[in-house]
Ligand binder design. Sequence first.
Ligand SMILES: *[C@@H]1O[C@H](CO)[C@@H](O)[C@H](O)[C@H]1NC(C)=O
Length: 324
Amino acid sequence: MDLKNGSVVTEFILQGFSVAWKLQIVFFVTFSLIYGATVLGNVLIMVTVTCSSTLHSPMYFLLGNLSFLDMCLSTVTTPKMIRDLLTEHKTISIWGCMAQMFFMHLFGGAEMSLLIAMAVDRYVAICKPLHYKTIMSHRVLTGFLLLSWVIGLIHTTSQMVFTVGLPFCGPNVLDSFFCDLPLVIKLACTETYILELLVIVNSGLLSLLCFILLLISYVVMLVTIWKHSSSASSKALSTLSAHITVVTLFFGPAIFIYAFPFNGYSVDKFLSMFYSIITPLLNPIIYTLRNQEMKAAIKRLSIYKNIISKYLNNINFLMYKIHD
Ligand SMILES: *[C@@H]1O[C@H](CO)[C@@H](O)[C@H](O)[C@H]1NC(C)=O
């Protein structure tokens, strides 16, 4: 058999957590709760933004769309990871693996662009307040959203085009909970130097560059607010600090994972878990807890009481089943 030409690997083994069985159950419960809370929290934001007339402004539309992306991003990896905690053979087919990487970078790239759009929105609101309504029109907003999906698509396609054709013939163990480009590329039995470079530039350096640009723009905004201190500025400050936190949580791990990816630090495993499971939950927490308008709007929508009580019932049910 000519290993150089034929792909003999049909599935990868995800190493995930190699811990005791009992601890896996603890992780199973914990991650199920985190994932449930992520979906619930993000749906809560989407419904609130769509239903509350007080939140019909560009900033909240962008926030609603960010929640949607967060939920998608988490759904690409987390349910499979949770299921794997209860199975002995944690495998994923090659196509499942490719799909995971494709969608992760599609949603990740779109979210990256959306975070930039959110910064532009705040920049116009703070530095050009008189022109805010005309600049951030509905058409511009829709354009931003379309553009962020297009950028996500270009970002993921440009990497996946070269990844789907890779031959895999040797080791097939991934030391992670899900498939991600740096790990999968390393397993290919061919020279991947160019592709590794492409991933570093396309995912790592791009994240780093966006992050630096975003930080600079937020510093400009903070300085502007500081110069025109008024009663409105404390509200603007709290909004900006929420944005900066979210941007740091999103880009920090991404930069570490993709800008220095092929050296096999085990911290990457922790970071990728953080990035795909924790960050999508933190966004709704940061935005809802710190934002008075959001909190007020949520309180007004009493239907949430039903959703939340249903969720709590489900948790009880889950605990009961595990206890059984
Ligand atoms: C996403 O943005 C669009 C366009 O402005 C808006 O109409 C829509 O309500 C937003 N989606 C959510 C879930 O907020």
